[in-house]
Design a binder for this molecule. Structure first.
Ligand code: NDP
Length: 238
């Protein structure tokens, strides 16, 4: 049955691949990012019609509330929420600036909390729903040079498990997908040849491969509070 799905960070990379796979399965998709033109460009490439593009900075409570009010008004109740909006600011903690720490916390962690909270009325009204948060292998394993980023991703794990407990009785499932190295804008500046030596599958993953895991968890009716690593085996080597 066709459902309404909202994908934050859907304009590029992993979120865009998720939006494409949701649309390919016949779902109606609302694509949100700060850059409305980029969200519109994603919507233009989705299979089927009736998808919508929205402008929203997830770190801003008012914008999150406004975007959910608009979705409710124009599209109805949400069944699926995917939180793929995220940023990185790599560097040693010793040299890091508070401004960057705040941006990371507000976008990666607070942003997901705000979108989850804002989606609940709709999901409870539908008597069920599913949320996928995108974490990271570094939230599970840690990584030098990514202390604050990994803290936001580890925070998402605790948030995901707790929310799964809070919402289980209301038939809302909450899971987290933790990718390893995935070929997107976020990893464009990395030394791929050097880094893949540590990946048992010997390559970076593609956004579509993370999207497959997201779709799998969205559709699994008896799975909640779980963390699914999509990392080519990287965790085994870390
Ligand atoms: P990209 O940089 O390719 O895409 C990031 C997306 O997030 C864009 O759509 C961007 O749109 C959106 N975004 C960023 N900040 C905000 C904001 N404040 N409000 C709303 N939207 C925002 O990254 P990826 O696709 O690679 O990453 C997606 C998620 O996966 C992130 O959470 C990332 O941390 C995580 N991840 C990625 C890995 C990788 O190797 N690529 C590995 C592990 C985790 P816009 O700029 O228009 O707002």
């Amino acid at each position: 049955m066709s459902k309404l799905a909202v994908v934050f960070g859907g304009s590029r990379g992993i979120g865009q691949a998720v939006a494409q796979q949701l649309a390919a399965r016949g779902h109606r998709v609302a694509v949100a990012s700060r850059n409305l033109d980029a969200a519109r460009a994603t919507v233009a490439m989705l299979r089927g019609g009736d998808h919508v593009a929205l402008c929203c900075d997830v770190s801003k409570e008012q914008e999150v509330q406004a975007v959910f009010a608009e979705i409710q008004k124009t599209c109805g109740n949400i069944s699926y929420l995917v939180n793929a909006a995220g940023i990185n600011r790599d560097g040693l903690l010793l040299r890091s600036r508070q401004e960057d720490m705040v941006s990371l916390l507000h976008t990666n962690l607070l942003g997901t909390m705000l979108t989850c909270r804002a989606s609940l009325r709709s999901m409870l009204h539908c008597q069920g729903g599913a949320i996928i948060n995108i974490g990271s292998i570094v939230g599970v394993k840690g990584h030098a040079g990514q202390c604050v980023y990994s803290a936001t991703k580890a925070g998402l794990e605790g948030f995901t498990r707790s929310l799964a407990k809070e919402l289980g009785s209301r038939n809302v499932r909450v899971n987290l997908v933790a990718p390893g190295f995935i070929r997107t804008d976020m990893t464009a500046g990395l030394q791929e040849e050097q880094l893949i030596r540590g990946v048992p599958l010997g390559r970076f993953g593609e956004p579509e491969e993370v999207a497959q895991a997201v779709l799998f968890l969205l559709e699994m009716p008896y799975v909640t509070g779980q963390v699914l690593l999509v990392d080519g085996g990287l965790c085994l080597a870390m």
